[in-house]
Design a protein around this ligand. Sequence first.
Ligand code: GDP
Length: 304
Amino acid sequence: FTRLRSRLAASGSPLGARLLSVLSKDHLSEGDWDELEETLLMADLGAGPTSELIEALRTQVRVHAIKDAAQVKELLRTELVKLVDPSLDRSLKIDRQGEGGELPAVVMVVGVNGTGKTTTLGKLTRVLVADGRSVLLGAADTFRAAAADQLETWGARVGVATVRSDRDGADPASVAFDAAKSAKEQDVDVLLVDTAGRLQNKTGLMDELGKIARVVTKEAPISEVLLVLDATTGQNGLNQARVFAQVAGVTGIVLTKLDGTAKGGIVVAVQRELGVPVKLIGLGEGPDDLAPFDAEQFVAGILG
Ligand code: GDP
């Protein structure tokens, strides 16, 4: 994890460009303030945080008689960083567990299909292996036929095995249990478990994820439940996030597909809504396109 390259999200994005065009003026007119507000809303910052932020900026501009847009930009940077909250603990719990470190760390990913769970685990596997950790993968997404193949391919590239079922539609909890058992037997450092995210039915989802968590916990406690969210899905993604947080005890968020979207403001909305930090961001489909989330870098990526 420490080796993950920090990268700027949303750099050169339409959001950044629009903000910069407003903030490069000598003086901010009422129209400019409206444009600023609209730009932040378009970035999915959420109505509440946006109006609080604009209010805070306008107050400071008034109190300090600020005329210069460059200074407003610096104030905006400070306020945005505060909103994203640099004080949150964003470290990934990937160290071995148990009194003598006899148990593997267990990281489970949850989220709607297509958000990037399998890809995120693939990228994470590479990072952990590069960091000198032994890893086992558990393909408990038995719903989507290709998911186990996809995971296995990611793992095989870095010499990591995948526990899977040969049957489509096999019991995901049984695959997860086998994976946890093997992880202990093989004495690996980290077990990564992929799951399916059918959202038609909250009770079904709760039953499935609950059962996976219970059987895995028989072997080793779950260190992290990472909710994978697609940054491009906006409010809809937030609704999904709520459901998963209710059923799965989420400990961190992975925000994927931040490349090519100006909607990075969802970071603020989702952290507020769930009270859970964004820990990782996905910046593309490639093997190295995963980065730890850093509040100041993130804001710098938006504001330049
Ligand atoms: P899952 O169903 O949640 O396991 O989703 P997948 O891992 O199969 O990903 C769905 C699609 O999103 C795939 O085409 C991935 O390559 C793509 N994807 C995943 N993460 C990212 C990302 O950070 N950026 C981009 N642009 N695409 C991504």
